[in-house]
Write a protein that binds this ligand. Sequence first.
Ligand code: GLN
Length: 202
Amino acid sequence: QPVIGVLALQGDVREHLVALAECDVLARPVRRAEELAEVHGLVLPGGESTTMSRLLATFELLDPLRARLAEGMPAYGSCAGMILLANKVLDGRPDQHQLGALNVVVRRNAFGRQVDSFEADLDFTGIEGDPVHAVFIRAPWVESADTGVEVLATVPDTPAAGEAAGRIVAVRQGPVLATAFHPELTGDGRVHRLFVQTVRAA
Ligand code: GLN
């Protein structure tokens, strides 16, 4: 059974552990470099990216995490996790650390300029059946995606979406997956299962 860690410095760690446990993997919280070394893949949860960034430095996890990502460890970031994985953040704090595992520019609190939270049904490349019901909470979006990045979902053009219509909200680059929304909050395990497939294949 693959061992999948959830970065457990801050954020909705428990919800991801529950979602992963339903995918027939061993799910564990990760707070220390020794714990990071034992996982086959890592989830970076939603929460507050600036706080998680600061705690990654405090817990001396920045370099070990960057090293594992550079070696090709599968990772999945939701919301704040997506921000951390990106190469570059707009509207972030100037001292916010980036893991640089996704060749994208993300805009932090992008939806928050209109509304704090927003929900939409998304067509999601790689997920069959019903659309994925996505909950966005002070969410980022992907402002631009560069070479090697596959766009998996964009905000549908509905009246509620307003200027968010067409924005990129799910991407993958090799073994790294990211969503601007929170599948761990809706009880739909399909995004986690997609990630688990990636871990099994790696
Ligand atoms: N706004 C948060 C940030 O900047 C992300 C919100 C979330 O993860 N739900 O990190």
